[in-house]
Design a protein around this ligand. Structure first.
Ligand code: UT7
Length: 332
């Protein structure tokens, strides 16, 4: 039986660090409020022109080196982002040109915080059917140029950071290792609870107008409490669904890597499932919420910290806009 294994991981964040204290210069907020409500101490924001594909280039270089492969071994790109370089084509195409892999397919995945696990599910299916043998899966975001960095937008602005993570996925004949399952969900009833409304193809005569910009409809809007409540319900559900599908339980898990949305969400999910803090990975204090990049950035950091050992049972889980939620059970 063929399984998909993580052959290499890499990550990149821009040099420019923005602390909570820095945000107090831009909006009415405080270091104490942000730490208490989110666990975030700082985030990285670009300070020169860079798109999500540019951040991805750096993460890909690190992942390729970590995997011990040649760039030319990659035969498919899956790029998860909610902040593409341009409206179209997808960032996967821009990345492909930058890393010099003309001809191979480049798929963009638009599932926000769940984008990495949705992308993993697609890549895993392609690898198990033999369609592709070396998939580059990227999660990359540039949030900082899209958020309202005034008091009006402070709930959203304080959580988001820029960054990229990349993994190299390859087949293994060892049926005990690799991606054991992925479970994906969505509920479009809540699409407007966390979204950017404009520009939008449905608006006449143009996708965006000066009035819309004046009304701030091009900024992300989030019903924070509402998202929080659903996240702490859906993430435990989808984790248990993944574990049960494999005949495993919470006690079997060596490391739980949640999407880094808010430290309070991570702690609530861990408490509901009974994960002690030693088995829960968190780096949100340093990067904030980097959406599709958060799980691969965790994988990169966890590997560097020596917390990912061959044979470990790792559970990835996410919840975010859509709403979408997902889990992956992986034998590292
Ligand atoms: O990754 C994608 C999925 N996203 C998430 O999972 C995010 C889930 N939600 C959250 O993380 C939290 O809801 C937030 C961090 C966004 C907000 O925290 P909260 O504890 O839910 O605050 P709240 O929205 O209920 O607002 C409480 C108060 C409000 O003031 P009033 O109306 O009580 O006067 C807000 O205006 O806190 C105010 N507030 C802030 N104050 C200082 C909101 N943001 C800030 C801020 N600094 N940055």
């Amino acid at each position: 039986m063929i399984r998909t294994v993580f052959r290499g991981v890499g990550g990149f964040v821009p040099d420019n660090i923005v602390t909570n204290q820095d945000l107090t210069e831009l909006m009415d907020t405080s270091d104490e409020w942000i730490i208490a409500r989110t666990g975030i101490k700082q985030r990285h924001w670009i300070n020169e022109e860079m798109g999500s594909s540019d951040l991805a280039v750096e993460a890909v270089g690190a992942a390729v080196e970590n995997a011990g492969i040649e760039l030319l071994d990659i035969d498919c790109i899956v790029f998860a982002t909610l902040s593409p370089d341009h409206t179209f084509p997808g960032s996967g195409c821009f990345l492909q040109e930058k890393i010099g892999l003309a001809g191979i397919p480049a798929l963009d995945v638009r599932n926000q915080c769940s984008g990495f696990i949705y992308g993993l599910s697609v890549a895993d299916a392609w690898i198990r059917t033999g369609q592709y043998k070396c998939v580059l899966l990227v999660g990359a975001e540039v949030h900082s140029t899209g958020i309202n960095i005034t008091t009006e937008g402070r709930d959203v602005a304080c959580i988001f950071g820029d960054g990229a993570g990349a993994v190299i996925l390859t087949p293994s004949q060892d049926s005990q290792r690799g991606v054991l399952s992925t479970h994906l969900h969505a509920d479009g009833k809540y699409a407007r609870s966390l979204w950017i409304e404009a520009p939008g193809s449905r608006f006449l005569p143009l996708r965006i107008s000066k009035d819309m910009i004046d009304q701030g409809r091009h900024f992300p809007k989030m019903k924070g409490r509402h998202v929080f409540t659903h996240a702490v319900k859906r993430m435990p559900e989808v984790i248990l669904q993944g574990l049960e599908a494999n005949g495993l339980g919470v006690d079997d898990v060596d490391l739980f890597i949640p999407h880094q949305a808010n430290q309070l969400i991570t702690e609530a999910v861990a408490q509901i499932l009974g994960f002690d803090t030693k088995r829960v990975y968190s780096n949100i204090a340093r990067y904030g919420n980097t959406t599709a990049a958060s799980i691969p950035l965790c994988l990169r950091d966890a590997q560097e910290d020596g917390r990912l050992k061959t044979g470990d049972l790792v559970v990835l889980a996410s919840f975010g806009a859509g709403f979408t939620w997902a889990s992956a059970v992986v034998r590292w």
